[in-house]
Design a binder for this molecule. Structure first.
Ligand SMILES: NC(=O)c1ccc[n+]([C@@H]2O[C@H](COP(=O)([O-])OP(=O)(O)OC[C@H]3O[C@@H](n4cnc5c(N)ncnc54)[C@H](O)[C@@H]3O)[C@@H](O)[C@H]2O)c1
Ligand SMILES: [Zn+2]
Length: 385
């Protein structure tokens, strides 16, 4: 027996012709009244998209929005399955990268939706990572006052985080996600096989949000992650499927209780106050979102330890797990005043209060609103190389 897999579903095939437990797709429900939807996750799901989509969108006409590299890998398969289900679909490509999450690209999409004949009964499929999901979701939220969309996330980051919860957005030159809308998808179809083509750095990037979910909500899941780093990094189907599912369940549970981020949903921002601040400082523009969050988690855990709220041993375990997944926990010394100023941007948005989720121990988090500039300064020293 492979002890590393203890607690994860069995990878072996169960019987002739039957899918193994690892190969079975799972369905989670996001219970939001009339905005409820299903998340289908597991391997071999993309070819079933047409059949699944036919159940949840009203009309038959739609656009698949993707970026060039993802379209090259999965575009024709996606269009094919939808056409086989009787849908009339057009594939639209946007340039890859965060820069395409902008109003200019949203406008381009509106024009292309019109040219493709989309009306209020039509739908959009967002095929790609969080950038495509946020942009296509935003275009769907605003085109003709809102049309249906389906999230087909193809990065780990998008499968465990950005495709769930209905937050859609584009960036302004002044900051990320400044224009946006809450618009829940009609369905999420996360085919874990698509993770196999992800560049390693993008794959590791997504684990930061999985680790965050375990940190804030589930010590058992945490222990499983600690025990299974190897199989998870090697894309063991059963292990990855289980981890993606548990991570989604944690996010769903928070979103279900606070759809519009009135309070509780802020716990999902653990590691993001300082993580976002680093992303805002130009010198750290090379950091992927998950990498910035990993450093942010290390910094914010340090604040929690300094306050006597979190055992130092738990903060060490947090850093060790992030490092085991190939994520950074240190950066070239940032200028503390720049980090403090960048944290202030969030504060302005929240009517003068920075609500910072701080871990209490592995599996538990609380929200405080009195983090002082000196605490940020000390946390910055901690994460500085
Ligand atoms: N809406 C939310 O709740 C939420 C939550 C977290 C992050 N986000 C947003 O998500 C974005 C980051 O998302 P991301 O990390 O997925 O980055 P991304 O969308 O930029 O994708 C990363 C790269 O991976 C490539 N790629 C995608 N899928 C692939 C595949 N299967 N095989 C090969 N290459 C593939 C893409 O072309 C891209 O170059 C940010 O804009 C962030 O603000 C939103
Ligand atoms: Zn995040």
């Amino acid at each position: 027996m492979n002890i590393l897999l203890a607690g994860f579903p069995d990878s072996e095939t169960t019987g002739a012709g039957e899918p193994s437990q690892a190969e079975r797709a799972e369905v989670l429900t996001v219970p939001l009244g009339t905005n409820s939807y299903e998340i289908h996750l597991g391997p071999k799901l993309l070819p079933q998209l047409g059949h699944l989509a036919a159940r949840c969108v009203g009309g038959r006409r739609g656009c698949v929005v993707s970026n060039r590299s993802v379209a090259r890998l999965y575009g024709s398969q996606t269009v094919e399955t939808l056409r086989q289900a009787g849908m009339d679909v057009t594939l639209i490509e946007v340039p890859a990268g965060e820069r395409s999450k902008c109003l200019r690209q949203a406008r381009r999409l509106y024009h292309q939706f019109l040219a493709a004949g989309l009306d209020r009964a039509s739908f959009v499929v967002a095929l790609g990572g969080g950038v495509v999901g946020d942009l296509a979701g935003f275009a769907a939220a605003t085109y003709m006052r809102g049309i249906d969309y389906i999230q087909v996330p193809t990065t780990l980051m998008a499968q465990v985080d950005s495709s769930i919860g209905g937050k859609t957005a584009v960036n302004l030159p002044q900051g990320k996600n400044l224009i946006g809308a809450f618009h829940q998808p009609r369905m999420v179809v996360a085919d874990t096989d698509t993770l196999r083509s992800l560049p390693r750095r993008e794959y590791r990037n997504g684990w930061a949000e999985v680790i965050k979910h375990a940190l804030i909500a589930d010590a058992d899941f945490w222990a499983l992650l600690e025990a299974s780093v190897g199989p998870l990094l090697n894309l063991d189907t059963a292990c990855v499927g289980h981890a993606v599912r548990r991570s989604c369940e944690i996010k769903v549970d928070v979103v279900r209780r606070d759809e519009r981020e009135a309070g509780l949903r802020a716990v999902l921002n653990c590691g993001h106050t300082i993580g976002h601040a680093l992303e805002r400082i130009a010198a750290y523009g090379h950091l992927r979102h998950g990498e910035a969050v990993a450093i942010g988690l290390a910094a914010e855990a340090h604040i929690a330890v300094s306050r006597g709220m979190m055992p130092a041993a738990d903060a060490s375990r947090l850093e060790a797990l992030l490092v085991a997944f190939g994520l950074p926990v240190r950066v070239d010394a940032p200028e503390p005043t720049a980090v403090i100023a960048a944290c202030e941007v969030d504060k302005k948005r929240l009517a003068g209060k920075t609500r910072v989720p701080l871990p209490l121990r592995i599996g538990s988090v609380t929200i405080v609103d009195d983090v002082k500039p000196d605490e940020i300064r000390e946390a910055v020293a901690h994460i500085s190389r």
